[in-house]
Ligand binder design. Structure first.
Ligand SMILES: *Cc1c(COP(=O)(O)O)cnc(C)c1O
Length: 390
């Protein structure tokens, strides 16, 4: 049986009636760029995240970029983030004129290691961008404490973590701003490109609203140089409906992660995702670690089982960031894990039958590889923790 990596049709078709009606309303009122549908979604999303404000923008990349701009980050500044993320996190820093500075990640959660911040901070550091990778929140308390002590801003890259919580609080509300992507494959996905920033700071909210609308406070009255960063009305109307199904989708993802976890519990050739005590992980991606990754992927492809790599090359080794002068060996955890990660099918509509096919195939492949080797038992044992109660 063929198993897709992601099945958006299975998610969207059951909602077709509601979605069609929402799109019809947008057409009826011609509120296509910004406007009332965007405002309604912003209200709903802010309430969902327990944030004071939400600002709809064109993408997650734009949410990150505009947040940095709104906080006044620019040429000569440095912003610390992690190398094992989608390139958008670093691009946003670069496009403000600032310099991305990387710190390595924690080997269990794959998120920013607060203990390494001290070595990366300089007098030019202005902000930190922890990434809640794969749906797991970064360890925010020590990161926030580090930032507070030094007067740095914290922007959370929550593009993979809609609905995740850190010690019971929604991600995106812990730092100064939280950035979300509604790219179609994300836990909350639009029918095209969209994103949002959430914040509890009224002044930041105001500045972001002006920035995303060409710097105007009133039509053709521009108080600053801004950008066209508005969310589409159709995306907002669709997102408003899909937001109502987000918690159910996340609960289904967690149930599927638990199912995988239990099935892989006795397989030391595989490291499964870990959920930190402080976290409600929402499993945007289900990335396991294997030795001999390319061969594992080749064999999964042969059996028509969808999989992905998030991400094969850490940012400090990307050609685009050659000028930052990093080298192999600078971030050992990010480098090692980027060579071992394989993301398995993970989406709310994934069936038990599909998961059984994936589990059977993965077990056969990783234990049947020539010269296959289990992971060092210390690391493997530590990561075997079963996802707690759903
Ligand atoms: C998807 C993603 C982004 C960018 O979001 P877009 O909406 O695609 O621009 C940024 N950071 C991370 C970690 C992401 O996964």
């Amino acid at each position: 049986m063929k198993v897709p990596f992601l099945d958006l049709k299975a998610q969207n078709l059951p909602l077709l009636g509601e979605l069609n009606e929402a799109i019809r309303q947008v057409i009826e009122t011609s509120a296509f760029a910004g406007g009332p549908f965007v405002t309604s979604f912003e209200d709903d999303f802010a309430a969902y995240c327990h944030a004071d404000f939400a600002i709809g923008v064109g993408s997650g990349t734009e949410a990150l970029w505009l947040s940095l701009l709104a906080l006044g980050i620019g040429p000569g500044d440095e912003v610390i983030t992690v190398p094992n993320t989608f390139i958008a996190t670093a691009e946003a820093i670069t496009y403000c004129g600032a310099r991305p500075v990387f710190v390595d990640v924690d080997e269990r959660t794959y998120t920013m290691d607060p203990a390494r911040l001290e070595n990366a901070v300089t007098s030019r550091t202005k902000a930190l961008i922890p990434v809640h990778l794969f749906g797991q929140p970064a360890d925010m308390d020590p990161i926030l404490e580090f930032a507070r002590d030094r007067g740095l801003f914290v922007i959370e890259d929550a593009c993979q973590a809609h609905g995740a919580t850190y010690k019971g609080k929604s991600v995106g509300t812990l730092g100064d701003a939280g950035c979300f992507s509604f790219y179609p494959g994300k836990n909350l996905g639009a029918f095209g490109e969209a994103g949002a920033v959430i914040t509890n700071h009224a002044a930041l909210d105001q500045k972001l609203r002006v920035l995303r609308d060409h710097g105007q406070i009133q039509k053709y009255h521009h108080t600053m140089v801004g950008w066209n960063g508005r969310m589409d009305g159709i995306q907002a109307a669709i997102l408003r409906i899909k937001l109502r199904h987000l918690d159910k989708g996340n609960a289904l993802r967690r149930a599927r992660a638990l199912f995988y976890q239990q099935a892989f519990a006795g397989v030391p050739e595989l490291i499964t995702p870990f959920q930190a005590d402080y976290a409600r992980h929402v499993h945007h991606l289900y990335a396991v670690r294997v030795k001999n990754r390319e061969e594992v992927i080749r064999r999964l492809n042969e059996r028509e089982i969808g999989c992905g790599i998030h991400y094969p090359i850490p940012l400090h080794l990307q050609e685009a960031y050659k000028s930052l002068n990093y080298k192999r060996g600078d971030f050992p955890v990010a480098e090692r894990t980027s060579a071992e990660f394989v993301s398995l099918p993970m989406f709310p509509e994934l069936t038990t039958g599909q998961m059984e096919v994936v589990i059977q195939a993965v077990k056969e492949i990783v234990t049947g590889l020539p010269g296959h080797e289990p992971f060092d038992s210390g690391l493997w044992q530590k990561n075997r923790q079963i996802v707690p109660a759903l």
